[in-house]
Ligand binder design. Structure first.
Ligand code: ZN
Length: 191
C-alpha cells in the first residue's frame, strides 16, 4: 500500500512479469483505486498494440479502462500537465526515452505506474524495462503459472517459429513457462 500523494510528491512504480501474469490487471487495480479517490488518472500505451482496441487498456479478463495510444513517450508529457496518476501499459514496446519521460513526470509530482514485460521471448531484458526497474521507487514482479509443470512462470515462451522481437499475440502464440521448462524448451528448439 502506497501513500496517496497529499504533498504532490511524485514517484515511479513498475509492475512487470511474463505474459498471462496479470500485470495489466494489477495496473488497472491501482488506477481504479486512485480514480475512486477522485484523483485524475490517464492511461497510455504504444500505438502498435492493437490486438483488441485502439481506445482501451484491455486486460485478458476484459477488465477495461480507456487509454490513449501514443506514438512516442514525449507525447505523454504534453498530455498530462494536470494529471495526478499516469498509467503506462505495454511499456516494453516504447523506446528508451520512456525512462526520462517517467523521471520528469515523477519529478513534477506525478505518480507514474508502468506495466510491461520484463523479458522478451528469448529471456533477455525487454526495451526500457530494466532501466525503469532500476530508477523506480517500487518494483512488483507478478508471475504466471507454468503451463507445463505448474511452478511459478516468468518466461514468455513463443510457440511460433519467428525471430522477430515483436510478434503480437495471445494464447496461440505464447505460453508462460518456468525457468526449468524454458531451458528444456530452448534445448528442444535448438534440436
Ligand atoms: Zn515449468
Amino acid at each position: 500500500m502506497f501513500l496517496e500523494n497529499a504533498s504532490r510528491d511524485g514517484w515511479i512504480e513498475v509492475v512487470c512479469g511474463s505474459m498471462f501474469s496479470g500485470k495489466t490487471e494489477e495496473l488497472i487495480r491501482r488506477l481504479k483505486r486512485a480514480k475512486f479517490a477522485n484523483q485524475r488518472v490517464e492511461i497510455f500505451k504504444p500505438r502498435m498494440d492493437v490486438r483488441y482496441s485502439q481506445e482501451e487498456v484491455v486486460s485478458h479478463d476484459s477488465n477495461t479502462i480507456r487509454s490513449t495510444p501514443v506514438d512516442s513517450p514525449g507525447n505523454i508529457l504534453i498530455m498530462t500537465s494536470d494529471v495526478d496518476v499516469v498509467g503506462i501499459d505495454e511499456a516494453q514496446f516504447f523506446d528508451m526515452s520512456l525512462v526520462e519521460v517517467c523521471r520528469q513526470l515523477a519529478d513534477r509530482g506525478t505518480r507514474v505506474i508502468v506495466a510491461g514485460l520484463d523479458m522478451d521471448y528469448t529471456g533477455q531484458p525487454f526495451g526500457p524495462m530494466p532501466a525503469l526497474m532500476a530508477t523506480a521507487e517500487y518494483v512488483t514482479k507478478v508471475h504466471a503459472i507454468c503451463v507445463r509443470c505448474g511452478n511459478l512462470a516468468h518466461h514468455s515462451h513463443r510457440l511460433l517459429a519467428s525471430d522477430k522481437l515483436v510478434v503480437l499475440g495471445e494464447k496461440e502464440t505464447y505460453q508462460p513457462i518456468c525457468r526449468h521448462c524454458f531451458r528444456i524448451a530452448m534445448a528442444e528448439k535448438r534440436g
